[in-house]
Each structure stands twice: as structure tokens, then as C-alpha cells.
Write a protein that binds this ligand. Structure first.
Ligand code: OAD
Length: 240
């Protein structure tokens, strides 16, 4: 079975990482356009760095840990020979910490920095400023940005994502509001025979495209769904 999972901020909410879209339309007090676009970075790199520095520091706190949903996905991958791809929109590293292997972080990673000139990506866990020296060429300053995909930029791995979606037997979307494209459109690329399952607290604009919708917290619903899947697989094996 070819399994493709897409996760969004909702899977990390119960780990203590706030989701993006709050009722007032602000993202931790900022308008998205002020902190998550290339123009914002050009016009006010200090503010953009401050915003991501705060998020990085938050992520580095000892109590921010993968929850049962991250762990269940990692366990499923480890115990199945399935062709398994975990696409995440999340820039936190919780799927990595949980032990998932085949992860495609389509919106980049907060714990990485990227050189704006060479595009080289390096692991990064410190604050960034407009004056941070590039470790490779310390005399050059201010070339590093968070390795996070901003609005108007192309996400990572789109070809691999398309290929995987087009061949998926099971597509599972967890904790994503399905309003940001291209991520929200991945489900539509899956074949008609694909079982499409959405796990979310609320309905989303894409809910109607799914064959099953499960409403509830990811930390409960993801392990339960994967357990049910396992039971179904066991029954199937016995009847073969
Ligand atoms: P959002 O914040 O837009 O949506 C989070 C979704 O998770 C909502 O539909 C919530 O109902 C749901 N949710 C919240 N808590 C949950 C829980 N405990 N269990 C299950 N579901 C829960 O986050 P994303 O869809 O990930 O892009 O946002 C997509 C992209 O928008 C992000 O990757 C980011 C942002 O702008 C970039 O940075 C490029």
C-alpha cells in the first residue's frame, strides 16, 4: 500500500505550538504579510528575524515534545513495509524528533538557515539577525535567512509530492486548515481509488474531497485511526 500523509499545524498544537490562523486573523499578533513574505524580509529583516527567532526559541524549550500523533505516525512507518511519505507543512522539527524517516518538510524547517546567495542550507538553532555572519565566510554578514518557505515562494519537493499523491492508495491529512495552496490541493491529485482521510478538529474547505472525515484532536484520533488500519490489514492478511 502506498501511504501519503500530509500534516499541518494542528498536529503540533497539543505539543504546545500555536497554530497559524487565529480568530482575529493575526499570527501571534502579526499580520502574515508583515512576517512571512520575501518583501517583508527585504523591508524589515529585523522584524522577520525577531519573529522566527521567537518561534525557534519556543521550539527549543524542553517541554515542546512530539505528541501521540507524531509518535503514532513514526511507529506506523517503522512497522510497515508500505511505501510511506510524510509531507509536512510544519516548520517545527517534531516529526523528526518522533523518529519519522521519510519526511518532506514542504515549507522548510525552522532549525535550518539558508544562504540568500548560494541557497546552501545549514542546521541552525540560534537567533538570526541582519548582521549574522555566514559560518562559511565569516566576513560576509547578513546573508542568512530562516529556511522557511514564505508566501509567494515555491514549496520544496513539489515534483516528489505530485508523484506520490498520484500513486497513493491512502492519503491522510492531519490538522491542516486546507486554505494554503499548493498543500491544500494535494488531495485532489490522488487517484479515484485512493482512500482519503481527513483528521481535524473542524471541517475544512476541502473536507468534501475526502472519503472519510474524522473530527477530533490529533493526539487521540491519529493513533486510533492507525490502530484501526492495522486491524483491517491483519484481517485482510488472514483472509488472503
Ligand atoms: P492552520 O493554523 O491554518 O490550521 C490548523 C488546523 O488544525 C485547523 O484546521 C484546526 O482546526 C486544526 N487543529 C487545531 N488543533 C488541532 C488538534 N489538536 N487536532 C487536530 N486538528 C487541529 O495551519 P496549517 O494548515 O498548517 O505556511 O497552515 C498552512 C500553512 O499556512 C503553514 O504551513 C504556514 C501558514 O502560513 C507557511 O509558512 C508557508
Amino acid at each position: 500500500m502506498k501511504v501519503v500523509v500530509l500534516t499541518g499545524a494542528g498536529i503540533s498544537a497539543e505539543s504546545g505550538i500555536p497554530t497559524f490562523r487565529s480568530a482575529d486573523g493575526l499570527w501571534e499578533g502579526h499580520r502574515l504579510e508583515d512576517v512571512a513574505t520575501p518583501i517583508a524580509f527585504q523591508q524589515n529583516p529585523e522584524l522577520v528575524h525577531q519573529f522566527y527567532n521567537a518561534r525557534r526559541r519556543h521550539l527549543l524549550q524542553a517541554h515542546i515534545l512530539p505528541n501521540a500523533a507524531h509518535i503514532a505516525l513514526a511507529d506506523y512507518e517503522a512497522t510497515h513495509d508500505d511505501d510511506f511519505l510524510l509531507i509536512t507543512q510544519n516548520v517545527d522539527n517534531l516529526h523528526f524528533v518522533a523518529g519519522s524517516q521519510n519526511i518532506l518538510p514542504m515549507h522548510g524547517q525552522l532549525m535550518e538557515a539558508r544562504c540568500t546567495e548560494t541557497n546552501k542550507v545549514i542546521p541552525w538553532c540560534e537567533d538570526l539577525t541582519p548582521h549574522t555572519p555566514d559560518p562559511e565566510t565569516p566576513s560576509r554578514r547578513g546573508r542568512l535567512r530562516p529556511n522557511v518557505v514564505w508566501f509567494g515562494e515555491t514549496p520544496y519537493g513539489m515534483e516528489e509530492i505530485q508523484r506520490a499523491a498520484q500513486n497513493a492508495d491512502l492519503f491522510l491529512a492531519v490538522g491542516t486548515s486546507a486554505v494554503v495552496y499548493p498543500a491544500a490541493g494535494i488531495v485532489e491529485q490522488t487517484p479515484s481509488y485512493c482512500r482519503r482521510v481527513e483528521i481535524n478538529l473542524d471541517a475544512t474547505p476541502q473536507s468534501k474531497v475526502f472519503t472519510e472525515t474524522i473530527r477530533g484532536p490529533a493526539s487521540i484520533e491519529v493513533p486510533e485511526f492507525l490502530q484501526r488500519l492495522q486491524t483491517e490489514e491483519n484481517k485482510q492478511t488472514r483472509s488472503d
